[in-house]
Design a protein around this ligand. Structure first.
Ligand SMILES: C[S@@+](CC[C@H](N)C(=O)[O-])C[C@H]1O[C@@H](n2cnc3c(N)ncnc32)[C@H](O)[C@@H]1O
Length: 181
């Protein structure tokens, strides 16, 4: 497996169980697939956690952390107190191009993404507010682009050694082989 640095975790704020199941699940799946080490959600939603656990079980990376926290602010405070860097992804922040070099040399990183409006507290109490372009789009795209840029595309070659299933890439059609139990 490729060794990716820095270590990145994703904190999802503002999840609304009646509206955000799919998007929040996608934030977590993108984080896992593109090399992050864990997904933390403020609040709880068993259906999101179940979907991610199912993917881990079949496709590997069983050590990918999936955690629910009651209070996102406290999590960020503790994270920073323990030496981690907190990065809020927001279209109002500083452009990723100007920050990515500096961020590559720091670890672990906590990426914070919202659902609707993110409280002002986060803008003031993180190490960086980083924009993935200055247009409104999506938390899923923001996490994906951030990980791709920080890992410079190496995350696309990840193979998880504890996977039960592996894809044999095809020009056309699908081939999936069972590699573990
Ligand atoms: C659907 S957007 C919500 C935007 C919301 N209207 C606001 O004012 O924050 C959900 C999340 O996607 C992320 N996001 C959207 N566009 C972004 C951008 N251009 N750069 C970085 N993150 C972005 C942010 O983390 C945001 O909280």
């Amino acid at each position: 497996m490729v060794e990716l640095n820095p270590e990145v975790y994703v904190l999802r704020l503002g999840h609304r169980p009646n509206r955000d199941k799919r998007v929040t699940t996608h934030v977590a799946l993108v984080a896992r697939a593109l090399g992050a080490s864990g997904f933390i959600m403020e609040g709880n939603d068993e259906s999101v956690f179940k979907s991610v656990e199912k993917v881990k079980e079949l496709w590997g990376r069983r050590d990918f952390v999936v955690q629910s926290v009651k209070n996102g602010r406290k999590f960020v405070e503790d994270w920073r107190r323990n030496g981690g860097r907190a990065i809020h992804l927001t279209m109002y922040g500083e452009g990723l191009n100007s920050k990515v070099g500096e961020l590559r040399s720091q670890s672990p990183l906590l990426l914070i993404v919202g659902a609707e409006k993110v409280e002002g507290w986060y803008f003031r109490n993180v190490d960086y507010n980083v924009a993935i372009g200055h247009q409104p789009h999506s938390e899923v795209a923001s996490v994906a682009i951030f990980l791709d840029r920080i890992y410079m595309g190496e995350e696309l070659d990840i193979q998880y050694s504890d996977a039960k299933l592996r894809i044999l890439p095809q020009r056309a059609g699908k081939r999936v082989v069972r590699v573990g139990s």
